[in-house]
Design a binder for this molecule. Sequence first.
Ligand SMILES: NC(=O)c1ccc[n+]([C@@H]2O[C@H](COP(=O)([O-])OP(=O)(O)OC[C@H]3O[C@@H](n4cnc5c(N)ncnc54)[C@H](OP(=O)(O)O)[C@@H]3O)[C@@H](O)[C@H]2O)c1
Length: 333
Amino acid sequence: MGSLRVFSTLTHDARIFVAGHKGLVGSAIVRRLTSYGFSNLVLKTRAELDLLDQAAVRDFFREEKIDFVFVCAAKVGGILHNSRHQADFIYENLMISANIIQAAALYDVKKLLYLGSSCIYPKFSPQPIPEEALLSGPLEPTNEGYAIAKIAGLKMCEKFYTQYGKCFVSVMPTNMYGPNDNFHPDHSHVIPGMMRRFHEAARGGASSVTVWGTGSPRREFLYSDDFAEAALTVMESYNEPGFLNVGTGEDVTICELAFTMAKVVGFKGEIIFDSSKPDGTPRKVLDVSKVKSLGWEPQISLEVGLRLAYEWALGADAFSLSPESRVVQVPGV
Ligand SMILES: NC(=O)c1ccc[n+]([C@@H]2O[C@H](COP(=O)([O-])OP(=O)(O)OC[C@H]3O[C@@H](n4cnc5c(N)ncnc54)[C@H](OP(=O)(O)O)[C@@H]3O)[C@@H](O)[C@H]2O)c1
């Protein structure tokens, strides 16, 4: 038996493809769909279906008769990894988006939800960032390749909607965290990276943890299960060419995040803010009034979400990669 929620767009016999189902976001969508009783999920690992392979993706859509698609597959990484591998980030993300969106249109997918990212917005956007800020100014150079690919993906959805009447819509999520996050020391986002370093410090009896910057930048974080509920809400009831921001609409300072993290992992030492390191943009938070007008609200507070993510990480032995540094970078400059 699934949880109680009435669906009209997504039907229980529909074939639903969650691309990237092993990742942070895809796995949250699978958990949520499963909890609502959707059982006709089509899930493929990268070894079974490489989304960079256009012919394979077309064959897959032709054979599998997919009704709904959640595009959660992408090449994703933290600031350093992203900035050093911009060619890979633009190429792989363009190919994944183009292959899936075009094949979904060709083989009559009923509705597709594409995932962009809040880094598509110009570096100097108004705060909170409204959807209208897209393409209103230069991008942050360190993740330009990734952002351009994501903008191309959401624009593809919009153009397939307007030219061919395909109901392909997009969401722009803020920073997310939760089970199946990437805890790699170099490739991770701010929360798993910080969690790993505080965990190692707590376990190793370190007297201090150093965090990059002054601690004053403000950032927004959304637990992946809250995002999954938003994704289902958008899939159910957003039917126009375009995209919606998804976040909490609330931001915390990196300092507040660090102290909450220390509490969650049981680190009792000193937290040092290294102000010689760059802070990045002072504030980054999304205007989420449009997605909230569909009836969705996030349910999980930052502290509860961090506890859930930490429990998952301990259970999954996610910190087993060898540590390289105890310095935490601020997210999404
Ligand atoms: N994490 C965030 O904070 C955040 C914020 C905003 C937006 N987003 C967006 O949300 C989406 C999902 O992100 P995520 O954090 O869940 O990433 P993730 O944990 O890295 O998961 C990405 C998934 O995509 C799969 N994938 C990548 N390339 C593939 C390929 N060529 N063929 C088949 N599968 C492939 C990966 O497979 P493997 O397991 O084989 O690598 C993985 O399962 C992305 O579009 C991202 O831009 C994420």
